[in-house]
Design a protein around this ligand. Structure first.
Ligand SMILES: [Zn+2]
Ligand SMILES: [Zn+2]
Length: 383
């Protein structure tokens, strides 16, 4: 199986295949549908890059009749994804199309009713589109199909699940020490499309509101999550699994295949690369994901091993492999530099640990975001 480097479309002529591949990978995973961000881009044409929500290809007829239509990025009419497809095909390497699905501030601000609604009835997570909403589901299926139609070998779906409170917008302020339980409760969605799909939903909403309300009223941070909220959160898994299955079918119908990107490893280790506690697979329910069920609905599954500790990388991969069973392809994504990796040897050790623990492929995140010396470590880690 190939080893892929995630990369974003940049510059007037799109991503440069030869330069990306020069870092020792055998394929490219290109951002075809991206989300708003401000990135430090150490070796880019801009050194700090502002990114927008939207797709890097013309819409075609994929979203005809749908309420949610993705913004189109500047330069999409020059078809940078198709150009990269032509170039990679000539080179004989795979091209994967990476899409951020349900994390889209532009759509959420334009259509607040499709975003997650918290236990107090607030619509205050404009970036998080709710996977229960039928318009959101139709959008996700259309987006998967549209990316597949770019001729990519697979569609890598990021954020095809519920969001969390800690990342609902990009300028967040809280001077309340919520504690992990109240923070989690505030991230749960209780919208009109979630409530009828989930057992004891109104009771769960009341418990969440009481838990968070007590802390907001001046009480101590809440660290114990009531069972009713754990059950509510776990019961969301079929919503996400069925959505992933629908997107996978649409992608397969275009002759491509879906890779579900499970963001749990980023939730745990994004900021410092120091995830603690049980392996990431045990926390996937926090974003509405049941790896065992989801793994049987998609042909390929990617996890983010955002960890400094080599042993932890092995444990995370092994736990996902055990949950997924032997038949789902498992791709482990590593970051080659800060804050996860300090040397070429360190990266090689983690790549080896991932393979030894059941990863079929090791991928790297991301070409645009790391200084060249960090990217150079990938070559010795092996493709
Ligand atoms: Zn975001
Ligand atoms: Zn909802």
């Amino acid at each position: 199986m190939d080893s892929s480097l995630f990369a974003m479309v940049e510059g007037p002529r799109g991503a440069d295949a030869a330069r990306i591949l020069s870092h020792g990978v055998s394929s490219i995973t290109i951002g075809a549908a991206y989300h708003r961000a401000r990135d430090v881009t150490p070796h880019g044409t801009t050194r700090v890059t502002f990114r927008h929500d939207g797709v890097h290809f013309p819409l075609g007829d994929h979203f005809d009749g749908l309420r949610l239509v993705p913004p189109v990025q500047k330069g999409a009419d020059r078809e940078p994804i198709r150009a990269l497809r032509d170039e990679t095909r000539e080179l004989g390497v795979a091209l994967h199309g990476w899409g951020v699905f349900l994390h889209n501030t532009t759509l959420g601000l334009a259509f607040p009713d499709v975003t997650q609604e918290n236990c107090f009835g607030d619509r205050a997570a404009p970036a998080d589109l709710c996977p229960s909403h039928p318009d959101v589901r139709a959008y996700a299926v259309a987006l998967g199909r549209a990316i597949a139609r770019q001729g990519v070998d697979s569609v890598v779906a990021e954020s095809l699940h519920f969001g969390t409170f800690g990342h609902g917008y990009h300028h967040e302020r809280s001077f309340v020490d919520l504690g992990p339980a109240a923070e989690f409760a505030l991230g749960l969605c209780f919208c009109a499309h979630c409530l009828p799909r989930l057992p004891d939903a109104e009771k769960a909403r009341d418990v969440a509101a009481r838990l968070a309300g007590d802390v907001l009223d001046g009480g101590p941070p809440a660290s114990d999550l009531p069972g009713v909220l754990t059950e509510y959160a776990r019961a969301r898994a079929p919503i996400v699994t069925s959505l992933a299955a629908e997107v996978a079918a649409a992608v397969a119908a275009e002759g491509s295949q879906l890779t579900f990107l499970d963001l749990t490893g980023a939730v745990l280790g994004y900021a410092d690369g120091r995830p603690t506690g049980a392996p990431a697979a045990d926390s996937a329910w926090r974003i509405g994901v049941d790896p065992a069920a989801l793994g049987s609905a998609v042909p390929s599954y990617a996890i983010l091993c955002y960890a400094h500790d080599t042993v932890r990388v092995g444990e995370d991969v092994a736990a996902y492999r055990a949950a997924l069973g032997p038949d789902t392809a498992l791709r482990a994504v590593l970051r080659p530099g800060h804050p996860d990796t300090t040397s070429a040897g360190h990266l090689s050790a983690k790549a080896a640990a991932a393979r030894a623990s059941g990863a079929d492929a090791v991928d790297y995140y991301a070409y645009d975001l790391f200084p060249l010396p960090a990217l150079d470590r990938i070559r010795s880690a092996g493709a």
